[in-house]
Design a protein around this ligand. Structure first.
Ligand SMILES: Nc1ncnc2c1ncn2[C@@H]1O[C@H](COP(=O)(O)OP(=O)(O)OP(=O)(O)O)[C@@H](O)[C@H]1O
Length: 267
């Protein structure tokens, strides 16, 4: 493996890091059938930070899981870069998830007996790869963990633990990072810390991020916010501010209530 660190790629909004074509996911059968995603076509551009928003049950997690190859579509296609993941066998899919995708979850999923450094290096160690020392240093500086590497998770704050999880996701230089409510378990100061770091990893390291969130403040760190309702993308805001997101949520709520009234379901 090379030990020189190439400069962060300039964000290139014309290259697709991942995209879906008419992605449909149906759970259950008959009366219990739920259409979680209804022919969703979406593109996540390289170097772009996207927030995925929408009410509970609108399909956010399903979209993330299907796009990241953690769940399989009922119909439609999913691509990571140029690779159509539905065409991969199980081994190749596992390898693609390991080598080309990073994950950050609401629960930090750190190994309690390992130090911060060991946790960050674990996925590469499992893959039998050695971290590039310069890249490791760059990430650790970006997340601000230089003096915390020898600490175990229980010696770190929630925000620091999530920053360890972020560093772990970044170390393999994934083409795209999927973050599922990454600030959901954090107080607002720690959440701000983690969001600031995610933003820097986009601006300074050229990372591509897709983040599911309910929080308009979290969404305001993204380059665009997508809004899902009933398994469809119903709107999109470029350079979202907290207030623009709040207004959009209010608009979607009132549409939903109108639709429910029209269908007589509020009786
Ligand atoms: N494994 C499953 N089996 C059956 N139905 C499911 C399953 N997973 C999700 N669903 C249903 O699919 C729909 C979309 O769920 P999803 O978890 O994607 O929504 P979400 O927007 O992420 O919600 P939340 O904000 O509450 O996490 C919901 O109606 C949900 O009940």
């Amino acid at each position: 493996m090379s030990t020189t660190t190439p400069p962060a790629p300039a964000p290139d909004s014309t290259i697709s890091a991942a995209h879906t074509e008419q992605l449909t996911k149906v759970y259950g059968r008959g009366d219990a059938q739920v259409v979680a995603l209804d022919q969703v076509s979406v593109d996540f551009r390289k170097g772009q930070f996207t927030a995925v928003m929408g009410p509970s049950g609108s399909g956010k997690s399903t979209l993330m899981h299907c796009t990241a190859g953690l769940d399989s579509p009922t119909a439609g296609r999913v691509f990571i870069g140029d690779t159509e993941i539905g065409r991969l066998n199980d081994n190749n899919l596992t390898q693609l998830r390991r080598d080309r995708i990073g994950f950050i979850f609401q629960a930090f999923n750190l190994v309690p007996t390992l130090t911060a450094r060991e946790n960050i290096e674990l996925p590469l160690a499992i893959a039998g790869r050695k971290p590039d020392p310069e890249w490791f240093d760059t990430i650790i500086r970006t997340v601000g963990l230089v003096d915390r590497l020898a600490h175990k998770p229980n010696q770190l704050s929630g925000g620091q633990q999530q920053r360890v999880a972020c560093a772990r996701a970044l170390l393999s230089r994934p083409e795209i990072i999927f973050a599922d409510e990454p600030t959901g378990n954090l107080d607002s100061a720690s959440g701000t810390e983690v969001l600031g770091f995610l933003r820097r990893s986009v601006d300074e390291l050229g990372q591509t991020i897709v983040m599911v969130t309910h929080d308009p403040v979290a969404a305001s760190y993204a380059d665009r916010a997508l809004f899902l309702a009933d398994g469809r993308i119903v709107d999109e805001i470029a350079n979202p501010t907290r207030d623009a997101v709040l207004q959009q949520i209010a608009r979607l709520d009132s549409h939903t209530h109108h639709a429910q009234r029209a269908a007589g379901s509020e009786a």
